[in-house]
Design a protein around this ligand. Structure first.
Ligand code: KG4
Ligand code: ZN
Length: 362
């Protein structure tokens, strides 16, 4: 399909209520006409993780206004749209259903095509929205809820080459911050501390590095960090500012090394012809991790693509874009679909373990 397509995207699978309008003209870079996001960090803060019932209620209360705002910023009405794309999973099912019900209602009322979208496909196809990369390319998704290597072979063809078997790296950063009395979200706080720390002081493990393939594990790392912290406390009665910096630097170096080494392996598994190494997810904001991945890409002779952070983290522009990609690929829209809490992109790959603080990982 080559005509101009303007889609509204709706995303509510975790703790961000988002709506966006994306327009794609044939032969031109797509335009994000609006991308509205309302986070829920404050609502869940006291609970140490996202509470599904609170998230679902907040989505239901806010979705109308967020969609209205996205259309207003785009300067469009529902009548100007060619369709609606909505996250149909994976994620916290109450939130997903809030978005799906609204999208179904709007589509039915206006006679618009409705395209269900896999949230992970949204992340995975973002480098095509931002950089127009061709297939196939390797995508490393690293966030608070996801960690996997995907070989993106087509709009609807993904191969999972590996992923975490327990925590996502963002979770490990957040837990590390908690253990060291740093604010949440932990990633940025740990990164700041690490800048002034000695990454060689503590020998933290590099889990699964000795195992072939590109599966990863991060839960043991936080236990090792806890032990290192408690050893200092037992010796000195507390930890100094410098101890904390060194712990953060040592932890970050371990995560960066595991991600870089496993990415190098994933690039080999991906085979020849890979067009780029792309990253998505909040953890990709980390400069040390990013530098490690960039070096791996350079060594492999492939471009490194890191979309701007606002498009790397959860947003609805990626959902609208995925809807456009699917329509262009000739995939039929359908209002008749089931929302799925778990929805792996690659149904041939074995299921991942663990469910993460932000809900089910696919
Ligand atoms: O992609 P994201 O915004 O949300 C989802 O998980 O879906 O990722 C958030 C995660 C948090 O765990 C946060 O601590 C981590 O990304 N993060 C970072 C950095 N910035 C955010 N981790 C390491 N270094 C950072 N600079
Ligand atoms: Zn996500």
């Amino acid at each position: 399909m080559t005509r101009t397509l303007t889609l509204l995207g709706i995303e509510s699978s975790c703790d961000d209520t988002a709506a966006a309008v994306v327009r794609a003209r044939a032969g031109e870079a797509a335009e994000i006409l609006s991308s509205e996001i309302r986070g829920q960090t404050a609502l869940h803060e006291a609970f140490g993780g996202v509470v599904p019932e609170i998230a679902a209620r907040a989505h239901a209360e806010r979705l109308d206004a967020v969609v209205e705002r996205a259309l207003k910023v785009a300067g469009l009405g529902l009548g100007d749209l060619d369709g609606i794309a909505v996250t149909a999973g994976p994620g916290l099912i109450g939130g997903v259903l809030s978005g799906v019900m609204l999208a179904r209602g709007l589509a039915a009322a206006r006679g618009l095509p409705l395209m269900p979208v896999n949230h992970l496909a949204g992340h995975a196809l973002t480098p095509r929205l931002t950089d127009g990369v061709g297939f196939p390319y390797l995508m490393l998704l690293v966030s608070g809820g996801h960690c996997q290597f995907l070989l993106v072979e087509g709009v609807d063809r993904f191969r999972r080459l590996g992923g975490t078997i327990d925590d996502a790296p963002g979770e490990a950063f957040d837990k590390t911050a908690k253990l060291l009395a740093l604010p949440q979200p932990g990633g940025p706080a740990v990164e700041v501390e690490a800048l002034l720390g000695n990454s060689k002081r503590f020998q933290l493990p590099r889990p699964l590095l000795d195992r072939a393939g590109c599966d990863m594990s991060f839960s043991g790392l936080k236990t090792a960090l806890l032990r290192a912290r408690d050893t200092i406390i037992a010796e000195k009665g507390g930890i100094t500012v410098q101890d904390r910096r060194d712990l953060c630097a040592s932890f970050q170096a371990a995560v960066a090394e595991v991600l870089a080494t496993k990415t190098a392996r994933a690039l080999v598994l991906a085979g020849d012809g890979v067009q780029a190494l792309a990253v998505a997810g909040g953890v990709a904001a980390n400069k040390a991790i990013r530098a490690g991945l960039e070096a791996v890409a350079e060594k492999a002779g492939v471009p490194f693509l890191a979309p701007p952070l606002r498009l790397c983290t959860d947003n609805a522009a990626m959902i609208a874009w995925t809807g456009i990609e699917r329509l262009r690929a000739g995939i039929a829209p359908s209002a008749d679909f089931v929302a799925r809490p778990r929805w792996p992109l690659d149904d041939q790959a074995p299921a991942l373990l663990g469910s993460g603080k932000k809900g089910a990982k696919a």
